[in-house]
Design a protein around this ligand. Structure first.
Ligand code: 4NP
Length: 151
């Protein structure tokens, strides 16, 4: 079993989107050997569903985000094999928790061809196009990430 955790600040926009998209990629391969979760570096939105705008744009492309926000914990570094963060700020915060496990930490776009290593822009304070952009960026990189964990 490979275990993958997606992390952003609030765990209501970018990481639940990554979780929903990667669940769909793995399901399309009929692959039962990947466990997927998401968390936030903050607990600001703990217990909440993903942002309704993010859920709307995900549903338009056939994805469903059903998870509820939770804050990352030190235990997650033992539990998960891969921790994929949305941006540099998340990376800094995650490494400050579990610096000894830094080989597990990647950025969500590290596997992108066109946007390799870039931040996933935070859509929370912006308009609708920001949500679609997040989905498009994640679809490309996470398809490549699936190949990465399978080879
Ligand atoms: P996320 O977006 O990190 O992609 O879930 C945000 C959600 C909430 C806030 C910031 C970013 N906030 O400040 O409440």
């Amino acid at each position: 079993m490979k275990k993958v955790l997606f992390v952003c600040l609030g765990n209501i926009c970018r990481s639940p989107a990554a979780e929903a998209i990667f669940l769909s990629i793995v399901a399309a391969k009929n692959d039962q050997s990947v466990l997927i979760d998401s968390a936030g570096t903050s607990g600001f939105h703990s217990g909440q569903l993903a942002d309704s705008r993010m859920r709307k744009f995900l549903e338009l492309k056939g994805y469903q985000a059903t998870s509820r926000s939770r804050q990352i914990s030190l235990h997650d570094f033992d539990e998960f094999d891969y921790i994929l963060v949305a941006d540099e700020s998340n990376k800094k915060n995650v490494l400050s928790l579990g610096n000894a496990k830094k080989e597990k930490v990647f950025k969500m776009l590290d596997f992108s061809i066109d946007h390799k290593g870039e931040d996933v822009p935070d859509p929370y304070y912006g308009g609708d196009q920001g949500f679609s952009l997040v989905i498009n960026l994640l679809e490309e990189s996470l398809n490549n990430f699936y190949q990465f964990i399978k080879t």
